[in-house]
Design a binder for this molecule. Structure first.
Ligand code: ZN
Length: 161
């Protein structure tokens, strides 16, 4: 069986940035399950894994455009400190919830704190990074009908949501 749409794939992976720092890894834990073709993992990685088999080891580099997007300057904003209600102590690296004009919530990361204003960045922390994945395909199976209708994997019959 090969990795393809509607297959459940278990993989071990290590993700590094251009500098070679490990950003994320399944090492030491259970392999990561995902449902191929449903956007469970970034699209660039889905395309690269398409057609591979259990036991395959792949090294995949993904440009920002196919990963978490380019870093956008207009996603960085300065906010007067007076507008931050209910937050006691704002620190660099803290994530805050914000709302767009349609009322949709999104996360911003505090990147600078000054007396009268703070700077927040709505870019994904990995935006602008080329992603270097090392992947081991552990197993591949057909998805259950319920998994397909939910668009994600149910591990050991449990319902993870
Ligand atoms: Zn479900």
């Amino acid at each position: 069986m090969k990795v393809g749409k509607d297959k459940v794939v278990l993989m071990h992976y290590t993700l590094k940035n251009d500098a070679g720092d490990v950003i994320d890894s399944s090492g030491g834990g259970d392999p990561l399950p995902f449902l191929q073709g449903h956007g469970n993992i970034i699209l660039g990685l889905e395309s690269a894994l398409e057609g591979s088999k259990a036991g395959d080891k792949l090294d995949v580099s993904i440009e920002p455009e196919d990963g978490y997007g380019l870093r956008m300057q207009d996603a960085i904003q300065e906010i007067p400190s007076s507008e931050l209600q209910g937050v006691n102590e704002v620190k660099v690296g803290m994530q805050l919830q914000s709302q767009d004009q349609d009322g949709n919530a999104f996360l911003v990361t505090v990147t600078k704190v000054e007396d009268d204003k703070i700077t927040v960045d709505a870019n994904h922390p990995l935006a602008g990074e080329t992603l270097h994945f090392s992947v081991n395909i552990e197993s591949i199976r057909k998805a259950e009908a319920e998994e397909l209708s939910h668009g994600h994997v149910h591990v050991d019959g449990h319902h993870h949501h």
